[in-house]
Write a new protein. Structure first.
Length: 290
């Protein structure tokens, strides 16, 4: 539940920030008449994201166990790829996100109301679809096939918190360092994504697509019982499984080491210092003639 709350908070805040930037720009430029059109695009994006999440949740039901495992494992790996791309994209563009969105909105306004709808749909819809897929994969990895509601409750609370936080930022009631926020949450999401990748590999092993299902790298079930509070916490936050196959362990390490290395270099690098302009030389003023 904790991992899904933080996923919902981060991903929801990205989408909410996009909306708040677009709304604030239309208000500041005196184009309030386009706000209803903008909200139409946002509404379509939200509806599409919810529909996508429903398809992921209820679509595989009725299939064989192997088919469900194959679909779940494949989508989990796809979700890891998308979330990794998003983490690095945000690390690179967080400083320029506002100006980029404003320029795109200027082009859309010049093209007409339909272009504003499409622009809002694409800007928010991309975030929504990525969020739906990764939350689904995270919930599957955390709760498995048991169908517990804890991951979904955590995700919903995270999304609600993101909306409230974005509204407070829009009103100027709070100020946060978004670079630090996305840096810390991105670091955490790398570890979460590694757990989802490991879970996806295990699903493909159970489906018979990948080998090594019964070849364990370690089994600490006696030390970390899955039903214990600390076992549940490790499972819920990092998708840790006490019995891990060699292929799962290799996939986890092969993902975390290079991804964390490059992400830390990009996200935590100091922003380039602004060049200091030299003071203009003093212009001698001629003394007035007597």
């Amino acid at each position: 539940m904790v991992a899904n709350y933080l996923i919902g908070l981060r991903e929801g805040l990205e989408a909410a920030l996009v909306v708040s930037i677009l709304v604030a720009y239309l208000v500041r430029t005196g184009r309030r008449d386009l706000l209803p059109v903008l909200w139409v695009g946002v509404g379509i994006a939200v509806a599409a994201s919810l529909a996508f999440g429903a398809i992921l949740t209820f679509g595989p039901q009725g299939l064989s166990f192997e088919a469900q495992e194959a679909i779940g494992g494949t989508l989990s790996i796809v979700a890891v790829g998308l979330i990794t791309w998003m983490i690095f994209w945000m690390a690179r563009t967080a400083r320029h996100l506002k100006s980029d969105l404003q320029h795109k909105l200027d082009d859309a306004v010049a093209a007409g109301k339909r272009a504003v709808v499409v622009m809002a749909l694409l800007a928010v819809g991309r975030e929504g679809l990525e969020t739906a897929l990764f939350l689904w994969a995270g919930a599957q990895a955390t709760s498995g096939r048991s169908g517990t509601t804890g991951p979904l409750v955590g995700a919903a609370l995270g999304l609600a918190s993101a909306v409230v936080l974005a509204w407070l930022l829009y009103k100027g009631a709070v100020k946060i360092d978004l670079r630090l926020f996305f840096g810390w949450t991105g670091t955490f999401l790398v570890l979460v994504a590694a757990g989802v990748l490991s879970y996806g590999v295990h699903d493909l092993q159970e489906a018979g697509i990948l080998p090594g299902l019964h070849t364990l790298a370690f089994d600490v079930s006696s030390t970390v019982p899955p039903t214990s509070w600390y076992g549940t916490l490790a499972k819920g936050v990092f998708n840790f499984t006490p019995a891990t196959t060699w292929l799962q362990a290799v996939a986890w390490v092969a993902y975390v080491v290079p991804t964390m290395f490059f992400f830390v270099r990009i996200a935590w690098a100091k922003p380039p210092a602004r060049p200091v302009q030299a003071a203009a030389p003093a212009v001698p003023v001629a003394a007035p003639a007597r």
